[in-house]
Design a protein. Structure first.
Length: 397
C-alpha cells in the first residue's frame, strides 16, 4: 500500500520520543522511557492504558530510537507457532548482535501457555517484550511474566494533547484554517475522550465528507456517527461510573443501579470487573445482614466466566437487583478494620499457652493445650485472647 493510502493516524505516528504528545510522566526528559531510548538499552515493558493513548506508538518509537529489530504481533490473530517463529528470528539477530523488540498487542488475550512461551527468552535476553493491554495486568497477565516486565500506566490523552495532534495533522495535510477552523478542531477533541487515534479518524472522515466545504459540527457529527461514550477503563469516567453504581447499590436504589450498570456495559466495561466489584460489595456492605448475597455474587461471577456476553447480562442484573434490595450492614467490615488496627498495634503478643498446639509429649507437659475441649461452642474461662486484650470486643462500640 502506498504510504498516502494508509490511515491518517498511521501516517502521523511519531518516530522520536520528543514527538510524542501526552504521557509526559513517561516520556519527558529524565523519565523512564526517555532514559531507555537514550541509553539504547531495551527493557521489557507492559503498557496498560485505554485505546488511543499511545501504546503502539511508544513501542515503535522505542524500537526506532534503539535501532532494534521490531516485530509486531497481535494476540488476537497469533498463536504459539507464530511465537516460535519470532523467537527463531530473534536468535539469528542475537548472533548478529542485533536487539529484537517484540511488540504484542492485546497481550492479555494470550492464554497462560502462550504467555509462558516468552519467559525463557526474556530471561536470557533473546527478546525484549513490549506488551499492550487495555485490561488490568494483575488479572490478565501471568505473575511470572509480570515479574519480568515493568508495568507502565498510560492515561487518556488530555484535550490539549488531542488538539496538538489534530493541528499537526492539519499542517501535514496542508489544510487552510478556513477549511478547518479552530472551533471544529476543539469539537473533534471533545468527541475523542482522550483517544488520539479516534480523533484523527474523525478528522480524516470529516475531511472526506466535507470535500471542498469548510468543516462544520454537522459534518463532524456525521463522521463520528455518534458521540463516543464517556467511558474508559482507566480514566475518571470509569471510576465515576463504577462509583455511582456502587453507591446506588448501597442506597438501595434499584433503578439507579440498573441505569449505571447499563452504562458500564454499553461503554464496553469488562463484565468480569463488574462481577468482582459486586462480590466485594456483598461482603463489605451487606455482610451479616444477608449472608446469602455473597453466594449470589459469586454465582454471577461464575456465570460471567462460563457464559460470557451478551447472555451473562441477565446474571449481572439479577445480582445487582439482589444486592440493591438486600439489607445493609457494615458490622463485619468495621470489625475487620478494628481487628487489623489492633493486630498492627500489638503484632507480637504471646499466644495463651492453653491455645497453643501440643503435638509432642514435652509440649503437653509444659501446659500447651491444657484444659481445652474439642467440642462446638466450648467456652474457656481463660478466654481466647492474650491477657493484654482480654476486654477486646470488636463488634460493640
Amino acid at each position: 500500500m502506498h504510504p498516502e493510502m494508509n490511515p491518517l493516524a498511521d501516517r502521523l505516528r511519531p518516530t522520536k520520543i520528543e514527538e510524542v504528545f501526552g504521557q509526559e510522566h513517561l516520556t519527558a526528559k529524565g523519565k523512564l522511557l526517555y532514559e531507555v531510548v537514550r541509553s539504547k538499552n531495551p527493557i521489557s515493558l507492559i503498557f496498560w492504558g485505554p485505546p488511543g493513548s499511545g501504546k503502539t506508538t511508544l513501542a515503535r518509537v522505542i524500537a526506532n530510537e534503539i535501532d532494534a529489530n521490531f516485530i509486531e504481533i497481535s494476540a488476537v490473530s497469533s498463536n504459539k507457532k507464530d511465537i516460535v517463529t519470532v523467537i527463531d528470528n530473534a536468535k539469528v539477530n542475537r548472533r548478529q548482535k542485533i536487539s529484537t523488540i517484540l511488540f504484542v498487542d492485546e497481550i492479555h488475550r494470550f492464554n497462560k501457555a502462550q504467555q509462558d512461551a516468552f519467559l525463557p527468552f526474556i530471561e536470557d535476553g533473546t527478546i525484549s517484550i513490549l506488551g499492550a493491554t487495555t485490561e488490568n495486568p494483575s488479572f490478565e497477565i501471568i505473575a511470572s511474566l509480570l515479574s519480568r516486565c515493568r508495568v507502565l500506566v498510560l492515561n487518556p490523552l488530555k484535550n490539549e494533547d488531542i488538539i496538538k495532534i489534530l493541528k499537526k495533522a492539519i499542517k501535514t495535510l496542508n489544510i487552510l484554517n478556513k477549511k478547518a477552523p479552530g472551533n471544529t478542531i476543539n469539537y473533534i477533541a471533545s468527541l475523542s475522550n482522550g483517544d488520539g487515534r479516534s480523533a484523527l479518524n474523525i478528522l480524516e472522515l470529516s475531511l472526506k465528507l466535507a470535500k471542498d466545504k469548510p468543516l462544520s459540527k454537522e459534518i463532524i457529527k456525521s463522521a463520528s456517527q455518534q458521540t463516543i461514550l464517556l467511558h474508559d477503563k482507566k480514566g475518571d469516567y470509569h471510576y465515576n461510573l463504577i462509583s455511582a453504581f456502587i453507591k446506588s447499590l448501597r442506597g438501595g436504589d434499584l433503578s439507579a443501579s440498573f441505569y449505571y450498570l447499563a452504562r458500564l456495559l454499553q461503554a464496553g466495561e469488562d463484565p468480569k470487573f463488574i462481577a468482582r466489584r459486586m462480590i466485594i460489595f456483598a461482603s463489605e456492605d451487606i455482610g451479616l445482614a444477608a449472608p446469602a448475597a455473597l453466594n449470589i455474587a459469586i454465582s454471577a461471577s461464575l456465570a460471567v466466566e462460563r457464559i460470557g456476553l451478551p447472555e451473562c447480562q441477565y446474571s449481572l442484573y439479577h445480582c445487582a437487583a439482589v444486592l440493591a434490595k438486600a439489607p445493609k450492614s457494615r458490622e463485619t467490615t468495621n470489625a475487620m478494620n478494628k481487628a487489623q488496627a489492633i493486630a498492627k498495634e500489638y503484632p507480637n503478643l504471646a499466644i495463651p499457652i492453653h491455645l497453643r498446639n501440643a503435638p509432642t509429649k514435652l509440649m503437653k507437659e509444659l501446659g500447651y493445650n491444657e484444659g481445652y475441649k474439642w467440642q462446638p461452642g466450648f467456652k474457656d474461662s481463660r478466654g481466647f485472647l492474650p491477657p493484654e486484650l482480654k476486654d477486646l470486643n470488636l463488634f460493640n462500640d
